[in-house]
Write a protein that binds this ligand. Sequence first.
Ligand SMILES: *Cc1c(COP(=O)(O)O)cnc(C)c1O
Length: 373
Amino acid sequence: MRAVARVNLDAISSNIRVLRERVDVPLMAVVKADAYGHGLVPVARAAVDAGAQWIGTALLAEGLELRRQGVTTSHVISWLSPPGDDFAAAIEENVDLSASSIELLEEINAAATLLGKRARVHLEVDTGMTRAGALGQWDQLVQRGAELMKSGNIEVVGVWSHFARADEPGHPANAAQKNSFDHALEVVSAAGIEPQVRHLANSAATLMDPSSHYDLVRTGIVMYGLSPDVTTLGSATKYDLTPAMTLVASLMLVKEVPSGVAVSYGGTAITKHATKVGVVPMGYADGVPRHGSNALKVNVGDYEAPVLGRICMDQFVIDLGPDSTAKAGDEVVLFGEGGPTVDAWASASGTVNYEIVTRLGPRVAREYFGVGA
Ligand SMILES: *Cc1c(COP(=O)(O)O)cnc(C)c1O
């Protein structure tokens, strides 16, 4: 075992239950990007078993993969389709789609008409994030949606938007976005559309602002037991959430080095005294952030060993201290249970916990434990 990400499916289930107790509306388990690096299918199954009635993915390929792997009991929505995506497959496999523009809605309708089936579509409105979602075109998009519900093969099942700053509770931008969403919903009802679900909240809004929940909340990061932002919202444990991932590797080599030697590419670290160093056989090709050079810490048993020098593509060096009894083959906990938190890694490498778990590459094996593994 060189490197493995251990994923605790019981933590996922427990987090879903905690969230379901907190909110009065159904939950969408967001499993985009290989379930934030945790593994698309096992996480989706655990989430469904724990009561998530919806599954959300970014890419259509992810939504289709879930259907083909037998995740059929929940609604699945994929919200990031460019023109030319396989809308026919989405309609056949009962994957809901999102439309931010009339052009895309027409393309979905054309695919549905060819199949002689109705496509389930969520209209996305830009309420202030200025990313996806219709802005100036909203009224026309809604109008066209209403027409295609009558004469075409479109069923508008949802209306939705996304927060830009939900991790800054109380920021006026959040109230402005809710306001804008309410206006967008008025346009929808004036057009005679009664959507089954109106949804706006991500994890941060789910935790902090019940008035943003509408009919459905889309929870991603919290489901993995991580806080949307430790500085503004506090750590995940404060909300009874349990981190689901532990990243471990096997020490490849332990050796004694004298004082004053330069370590790794560029010699950016120089040993201050004679010590033992360990070589960890993981690197940035696996998702260990190179920005964590000379900054990350890992655990070897109880010992917190700092990274010495640059993180390389496949390996990095840690300072085990002169008295270490560690030996090759010992387990190194990079983060998770028995090691630093994902948040500590994020702050040491200048990024967010989302990126730390999501960036783990395909070379890192995933091992599942807990019920359903
Ligand atoms: C990723 C994503 C979410 C989930 O965000 P979290 O902050 O992880 O809860 C919700 N909605 C959309 C549109 C997203 O892209």
